[in-house]
Every structure is written in structure tokens, then in C-alpha cells.
Design a protein around this ligand. Structure first.
Ligand code: NAD
Length: 453
């Protein structure tokens, strides 16, 4: 069976790919398992060179890869290009990690001489959503390959082609085709089969909280290691001491980037009541300058990736407005015609409870507050906790928020910056485990203790 990949801006048919059945997934897992020993026994320096060479190929193909990403995912070409270059950088980072994966040695008087070695965990599944497919593939595949594991990567059915093309670059750079395989298909059949497959020993999943629960339950039943990066509904807090113009520019940039479809987008903007009017006016001015249209044609904001997403965003806004839980400043409607376009939307005076669920699209909700304690209480009042930020020029205020915000990441006078050196992940319904950072690469290894008598 095949499925179609279409351009969300134009409806154009781009490609058709096979839906991997459970038996196809099992055959791929067998090939991966058979290749595991030789990849484990490939010198770390050789693995590193292959990853660096893959990064160079990706850089040399940035224009073609960026066009492909825009056509299948919808984001503006400039954003696609920076994501592709980001993916190359991540493979370079993991190349540097290859030679740094260390064990331990210790003399234990009366016991013996202890060696702890790090063995690869085995076949790894990388399950990838459609919003940032290139970078999320690089995070998961880079870490797994650096530690000597084979990888079965499953991109989303609505944005699989860039991941396939990145996979081709890794193969051309010398990563064996059995060591890295791209598994195409939908979540229900192919994704489930991958998580249930006994030969898969590690599952790294990025996607919705609902699917994450199912993936976590299946991994638990089968006693395999699992890492879940789920939704986010984070606060971007503009305190009384913030530079309001700078904060408004950053909020617009980090809310409407990728048409608002980023787990750590600036979704709930908490603004000190004394700055609200100035913030809303500065944000409105910038939002109204965002041109909406096909990402291939120089527009600043593309379409949502798929029809379900468009419907969910449109319903969420209508619900807030119908219940009078926020005031519409600009936007608030879809763009008629072909493509899943929604106007960049600004809501002010939003009741915190109205946005306790994540809105995964171009909607900025401004919530006023009067004290820092109140802001922290509102920020922490959702069940998510992925990446929040605080905007202030006072160190003590920055420390207070950094300490008290419930999130895996807190940025100070920054938002949405995710270098591969930085552990990234969430608390609560945003999942568990961390991606990236040297400590967390060890999740892709098993410690094996050898005690010499
Ligand atoms: P999704 O959960 O529907 O799909 C994610 C991936 O999982 C896709 O590849 C899909 O095919 C696969 N999948 C679906 N059902 C599966 C199943 N039962 N078993 C195994 N695999 C399955 O999510 P989505 O719609 O692709 O992405 C949007 C959501 O993801 C948003 O809620 C967003 O916040 C979240 N997200 C989180 C992060 C993060 O890093 N925390 C990053 C991007 C997106």
C-alpha cells in the first residue's frame, strides 16, 4: 500500500511512499539487528568521519533540501534552510561525541578491579513528527549512531521526504543502509508496529501527549527503554523590568516561527499589566507585517501542515472568542482558498484557564499579571512544562523565575534556542527523558560492569 505526500500550501502531489506493514517493520528490524555488531565494532573515529561527511553533504545540498522541506511541510524557505543547516550542525556535534563516550575503571580493594564499559543499547526507533522533521531526525539518529546503534527512523506521513533525503546523505557518507533505515507509513499501523517490535530496544518519540501515552505504555509492556518529547504550552513572561519592545519582537518571532507549530513556541505570553498596552500595540504592528502564503514565494509565514491542524487551531480560537475569554486584536480567521492558511492571530486579556491546552498554530495569547508570584502561578498552572522564558534586566528576578518555573528549559532574555550541547526535554505532560547534551547520550548505551578477580 502507498500513501501520498502533498504540499500543504498548494495541494500539489509531491510523492507517494510505501506504508510499511508490521512484517515490513519486522524485516527491517532483523536487518538492523544483524548489522549491529559490525557498527558497534566500527572505530569511534570512523563513525565520526562518516557523520562529518554526511553533514558536509547536507550543507552542500542545502538549497534542494530546504525546497523539499518547504514543499512538504509548508514553512518559509528561509526557515527550512536554517533547519537543514541546523541538522548538519547536529551531525557534526554527534561526530565530536563519538570519541568521548567513556567507561570507567576503578580498583576496589578486597573486591577486585572494576571496568565499566558502555555498550550500544541495540536497535533504536526514532519516531519523528511533521513540524521540525530534519532537526528532530538529526537529534535522534545522531545520538544513536554515535553510540554505535542501528536506527529505524519513522518520519510523520505528512513530512517524510526530507528525512528520507537526509538518510540518503548519511548512506552516501558511509553509514550502512541496514544501520540506518527510514521506515515510512502512518502512526497507527507502522508506528505501532515499530514500538511493539521486540528487536527494537530503545524508542525515542517526539509528538503529541496522547500518542506519547500510548507509546510509553507499549514500551513499558515490552520492557524497552523509552524517551518521550511531547507537547508544550509554555510561558513567555514579560516582567515589569523587561525591555518591552525587544520582548514583543522576540515574542512575535518565536510564536509565529514555523506557523506556530513548535512544541516550545511562545504560546502563553504573560505580560505585566503596566506594559500590556505597549506590548500589544508593538506585537500587533509586527504581526500585521507577516505576509502569509506559499513558503516558496518569500512569504514570512506558511500554511499549517495539515487539515486537522487547521481545524484544531480554528476551533480553539472560536471557543475562546465565543466564551468571551479573550479579545481579538488581529487575525482570527482562516485564509480562504487553497492551502491550510490561518491568519496570524493576537488575543489579549486572555483568561489563563482558556489556554490551559496547547494551541499548536499561529495564535498568540496575552495574559496580564500584577505580581511575579502571580505570573509564576499562572505559568505553572498547566500540566505541561517544556521551555519557558523570562524577560527582565534584573538578575534577582531572572533567578526567581529560573528557579520556580516548572519546565525542562528556562531561557532568560531568549526563547527557542536549542543548541545540541543543551539537554532538552520536559516535565509533566511534556514527557520525560532528555534529548541532546553529553550526559543524555548515555541513554543510548548500556553500562556493563566487568569485575576482575
Ligand atoms: P503525533 O503524535 O500524531 O505523531 C508523531 C509521530 O508519531 C508521527 O511520526 C506519527 O506517525 C507517529 N505515531 C502516531 N501514532 C503512533 C502510535 N500509536 N505509535 C507509534 N507512532 C505513532 O504528533 P504530530 O501531530 O505529528 O505532532 C504534533 C504534536 O507533537 C504537538 O502536540 C506538539 O506539541 C508535539 N511535538 C512535541 C515536540 C517536542 O520536542 N516535545 C516536538 C514537536 C512536536
Amino acid at each position: 500500500m502507498m500513501f501520498d505526500v502533498r504540499n500543504p500550501a498548494t495541494g500539489e502531489h509531491i510523492s507517494s511512499l510505501p506504508v510499511f506493514s508490521a512484517s515490513d517493520v519486522s524485516a527491517a528490524a532483523n536487518l538492523a539487528a544483524e548489522s549491529a555488531k559490525s557498527w558497534e565494532n566500527t572505530a569511534a573515529s570512523v563513525r565520526a568521519v562518516k557523520l562529518v561527511n554526511a553533514a558536509s553533504l547536507i550543507r552542500s545540498r542545502q538549497d534542494a533540501l530546504a525546497s523539499l522541506l518547504t514543499r512538504e511541510q509548508g514553512k518559509p524557505l528561509a526557515e527550512s534552510k536554517s533547519e537543514i543547516m541546523g541538522a548538519a550542525h547536529v551531525f557534526e556535534y554527534y561526530a565530536s561525541v563519538c570519541g568521548s563516550i567513556r567507561g570507567d575503571a576503578q580498583n576496589l580493594p578486597n573486591y577486585g578491579y572494576l571496568n565499566v564499559v558502555r555498550k550500544p543499547v541495540g536497535v533504536c526507533a526514532a519516531i519523528i513528527p511533521w513540524n521540525m522533521p530534519a532537526i528532530i531526525f538529526a537529534w535522534k539518529a545522531g545520538a544513536a549512531l554515535a553510540c554505535g546503534n542501528p536506527v529505524l527512523a519513522k518520519p510523520s506521513a505528512t513530512a517524510p521526504l526530507t528525512v528520507q533525503a537526509l538518510g540518503n546523505a548519511l548512506h552516501e557518507a558511509g553509514i550502512p543502509t541496514d544501520v540506518l533505515q527510514i521506515i515510512t507509513g502512518d502512526g497507527g499501523e507502522t508506528g505501532r508496529a515499530l514500538v511493539d517490535e521486540p528487536l527494537v530496544r530503545h524508542v525515542s518519540f517526539t509528538g503529541s501527549t496522547a500518542t506519547g501515552r500510548e507509546v510509553g505504555a507499549s514500551a513499558g509492556r515490552n520492557l524497552k527503554r523509552v524517551h518521550l518529547e511531547l507537547g508544550g504550552n509554555d510561558a513567555f513572561v514579560v516582567t515589569k523590568s523587561a525591555d518591552v519592545k525587544r520582548a514583543a519582537a522576540a515574542a512575535v518571532r518565536h510564536r509565529f516561527y514555523n506557523c506556530g507549530q513548535v512544541c516550545t513556541s511562545a504560546k502563553r505570553i504573560l505580560v505585566h499589566e503596566s506594559l500590556e498596552a505597549e506590548f500589544v500595540s508593538a506585537a500587533k504592528e509586527r504581526i500585521e507585517q507577516l505576509t502569509v502564503g506559499d513558503g516558496m514565494l518569500g512569504n514570512k509565514m506558511g500554511p499549517l501542515n495539515n487539515e486537522n491542524q487547521l481545524r484544531a487551531v480554528s476551533d480553539a480560537v472560536s471557543k475562546i472568542l465565543n466564551k468571551e475569554e479573550g479579545t481579538l486584536v488581529t487575525g482570527g480567521e482562516r485564509v480562504e482558498g487553497t492551502g491550510y492558511f490561518y491568519r496570524p492571530t493576537l488575543l489579549c486579556n486572555v483568561v489563563p484557564e482558556a489556554v490551559s491546552e496547547e494551541i499548536f498554530g499561529p495564535v498568540m495569547s496575552v495574559i496580564p499579571f500584577s505580581t511575579d508570584d502571580e505570573a509564576i502561578e499562572i505559568a505553572n498552572s498547566t500540566e505541561y512544562g517544556l521551555g519557558s522564558s523570562v524577560w527582565t534586566d534584573r538578575l534577582a528576578v531572572a533567578h526567581k523565575y529560573a528557579d520556580e518555573l516548572k519546565a525542562g528549559v528556562v531561557w532568560v532574555n531568549k526563547h527557542l534556542i536549542l543548541p545540541p550541547e543543551m539537554p532538552f526535554g520536559g516535565v509533566g505532560n511534556s514527557g520525560f527523558g532528555r534529548e541532546n547534551g553529553m550526559d543524555f547520550v548515555y541513554e543510548y548505551t548500556e553500562a556493563k560492569s566487568i569485575l576482575f578477580g
